[in-house]
Design a protein around this ligand. Sequence first.
Ligand SMILES: [Zn+2]
Length: 396
Amino acid sequence: MTTTTTAGTTALTNIASLVTNDPSLGDGTPIGLIQDAAVVIDGDRVVWVGESSKAPATDNAVDAGGRAVIPGFVDSHSHLVFAGDRTQEFNARMSGRAYSAGGIRTTVAATRAATDAELSANVARYLAEALRQGTTTQETKSGYGLTVEDEARALRIAREHTDEVTYLGAHIVPPDHADDPAAYVALVTGEMLDACAPYARWIDVFCEKGAFDGDQARAILTAGAAKGLHPRVHANQLSYGPGVQLAVELDAASADHCTHLTDADVDALAHGATVATLLPGAEFSTRAAWPDARRLLDAGATVALSTDCNPGSSFTSSMPFCIALAVRDMGMTPDEAVWSATAGGAAALRRQDIGRLTPGARADLALLDAPSHVHLAYRPGVPLVTAVWRAGERVH
Ligand SMILES: [Zn+2]
């Protein structure tokens, strides 16, 4: 990876089509598309966008070569602090064979056994992999430590790599607490929370049958909020349940997965401030039914797309792949999917400075080797991201 810093203002010119995500710009659609566009960057910020012919004079210029530029992807949901992988479990699942030894516990054991340096190197590796595919903001979680020391360690390591860090001590009840889940909830809301809060911005809980029920999830999220951590929820992934409505009630930034929704759940998301974050890599990798993005969008909910990158149920760091799945199988238009992978992710992290290319936004851009953002879905599996700028620096 090379990093290039250029002094003064830089114009990225000869952009065939520019996604700004500002409906007041360009063609008036939600993605604010501008044809024959330019972007001017000063330091880490965008200072001007518009038609190339009207661009102000700058110190430097980069020719986009008649290709498309989009905001850097905002991946608002991943689990990158782990060791080992689960190849055999995936292979068995895709081969129709039972596999009883798998699951989150496999990764918990490998993660606990890993050194700090090994975990940090893994996080760096997957962040670099995502960056090459256009992801300029990445949230990531703990959740494979499940002891006070191992959860705090995971968050301390995550914090060395990204500001968007989530405490997920409530991923599953670990085997050593299987006989007394209440004691584990007390730990997650007590000593573990105290050790983890300094490193995290968010608190999350896997609200699902076999993980944490609605009452436990409420106790965990409320305890986190009292320590200054804002809620987000793994909700309604494997079955119907209370997660989505609890998320909206507690003003969680996001309810993630949203695969099994009642009409009341959809209504709550449409009328609340909680973003519905859909993670199609998980359904792809488990051969499960897709979440219905069309239903949420038609109801008026804000939808984000994210990878859920983790070694068990969605081992992809590719936002373009998620966009392609969302368009092909979840009823999203290409415009909607690109918006959800950029501005939607920013909304799921309650960020105003990313996910859009407008004056004042952080200069996070992806240049596609294609004339249009539609190619992200039209040409699935093709590595179209050819250059990436983050905070004004060319990083890929
Ligand atoms: Zn997850």
